[in-house]
Design a protein around this ligand. Structure first.
Ligand SMILES: [Zn+2]
Length: 492
């Protein structure tokens, strides 16, 4: 039989196409299978020394009733308030104060529990004792500095950020000391008193440790929590562990023109020039990419996803453009993949009938690991493409770079994540990027790794309470935090 040439061509093309599809399917499947689950196994039974839950909750409630607010205005004297909190701590944790002699540096606190093996580098648990102010006290269901206990919650400013961490760490340490069993490596607790206004306190603690030539294996600070899996498209809750935090940069862009009377305006005023510059920046944001913490997030969660997404995440060489466009569509995920850009302030002419001689906008950026302030300003100048517009940094460049990215295969990360699996068996673990700044960044010069995580489950609504209204912590969640720290400290 003779096959006509056009049919032969068609068969050949079909065969090639089929072969290409089969190869692609094989590659996609192979890559997907090459990504096994990274979730740690729960290898140890939870060991938590005896704790009196009622007393622990009472101590938290008391601590929340002391309004240790960090004010931007340095003229406001907060000494008495902080003194009161320190007195409470001394009364509440007699073993720590008797045996370990905590060191108070200003209003900051440093505690060292010496380990038995001097060759092992110590670990440090950080938290902060200050809180942000409350805007409208009357709009709270329970007064923000009452420490009220009601409906299974302890209410108050600082109950999630971050007195809960400080108090839970102290409870864990106090009960650990009472068991009489010493840790192998030394454990530090370090509490700053002004995290919310920059963390000079944490810096003074770091200086003290530096002067003692202390080199840490790891720091654990606040930053992320356990969130509902539904926020990420999964069923089980996910413990997000911050392995890096973004940098903080504020730029001013300024357009200058001759001023004059608004009755005879030129073709372009300073306001027009600035407006065009802002529009150009909006149209060409800093480039997005999946690397560092975002890549780790997907490496850890990909294998736990439903099939289609699992295949996509395992084959980023192919799916990346689609993935990036999906991530860019939501503010919370857009912030993970690029240096974010937010114009926050505008100013121009002081009077309605006067042309502005200069128009200015202030832009707040949160810098992705890998980006530098120089690169960002370069990008701005190139995109604006107008010599009449000047760009300059108005925030300190020291905080503009993101933190280092900590390892997910370090010994401490294994202990930390293993303990999550043991205390919260149903939870998945994933490294992530912290978008805000924490005190932990000050420890970078003296530690190998920094992790940012509170062992606490919070719903999406609860997350809004942080720095917001009706901040409160569930009593059972708080007790579980203590249990987690007890268990983790027991592994040191
Ligand atoms: Zn905080």
């Amino acid at each position: 039989m003779k096959i006509p040439p056009h049919l032969r061509l068609f068969l050949l093309a079909s065969f090639v196409l089929l072969f290409a599809f089969a190869t692609l399917a094989a590659v996609l499947t192979w890559n997907t299978l090459q990504q096994p689950s990274r979730q740690p196994a729960a290898s140890k039974a939870v060991i938590a020394p005896v704790l009196d839950p009622e007393q622990a909750l009472r101590r938290l409630s008391q601590a929340l009733s002391v309004p240790t607010i960090s004010w931007q205005d340095p003229a406001i004297d907060t000494k008495q308030t902080f003194d009161k909190l320190h007195q409470q701590l001394e009364q509440g944790f007699p073993e720590i104060y008797k045996q370990l002699k905590p060191e108070r540096i200003g209003q900051n606190l440093l505690i060292r529990w010496p380990g038995t093996d001097a060759k092992l580098k110590p670990v440090l648990f950080a938290a902060h004792l200050d809180v942000v102010p409350v805007e409208n006290r009357n709009s709270w269901q329970k007064p923000p500095f009452s420490g009220a206990r009601s409906g299974g919650f302890v209410w108050g400013r600082g109950s999630l950020d971050d007195k809960n961490s400080a108090m839970a760490l102290l409870e864990a340490l106090e009960t650990r000391i009472k068991t009489g069993r010493l840790p192998k490596r030394s454990i530090y607790l370090a509490f700053g008193a002004d995290e919310e206004i920059g963390g000079k306190g944490a810096q003074s603690l770091v200086r003290r440790l530096k002067s003692q030539k202390v080199k840490l294996a790891a720091v654990l600070d606040e930053g992320m929590v356990i969130v509902p899996g539904s926020m990420i498209g999964l069923n089980p809750p996910v413990a997000l562990i911050g392995i890096a935090e973004k940098g903080y940069l504020t730029l001013e862009i300024k357009a200058e023109q001759l001023g004059g009377h608004a009755s005879m305006p030129p073709q372009e005023t300073a306001v027009d020039i600035l407006g065009t510059a802002l529009q150009r920046l909006r149209n060409q944001p800093l480039p997005a990419r999946i690397e560092g913490p975002a890549a780790e997030l997907f490496n850890w969660l990909g294998p736990e996803m439903p099939t289609l997404r699992r295949v996509a995440l395992a084959n980023r060489w192919l799916a990346e453009p689609l993935l990036l466009s999906q991530l860019a569509a939501k503010p919370s995920t857009n912030a993970l993949i690029r240096t974010s850009f937010a114009p926050t302030m505008l100013s121009a002419s002081p009077k309605e009938n006067v042309l502005a001689s200069q128009a200015k906008s202030v832009i707040n950026l949160r810098v992705l690991p890998g980006d530098t302030p120089e690169m960002i300003q370069e990008h701005f100048k190139r995109v604006i493409n107008d010599d009449r517009v000047k760009v300059r940094a108005i925030s300190p460049l020291a905080t503009a770079k993101a933190s280092r990215v900590s390892r997910t295969d370090s010994e401490f990360f294994k202990l930390l994540s293993g303990s999550v699996k043991e205390v919260f068996p149903q939870v998945l673990i994933a490294p992530n990027l912290v978008l805000a700044a924490t005190d932990s960044r000050h420890y970078e010069p003296i530690t190998e790794d920094i992790y940012r995580f509170q062992p606490l489950f919070l719903s999406e609504k609860d997350l809004d309470r942080i720095h917001g209204r009706n901040e409160r912590i569930s009593e059972s969640g708080y007790l579980r935090m203590i249990q987690y720290y007890q268990h983790l400290m027991g592994k040191m």
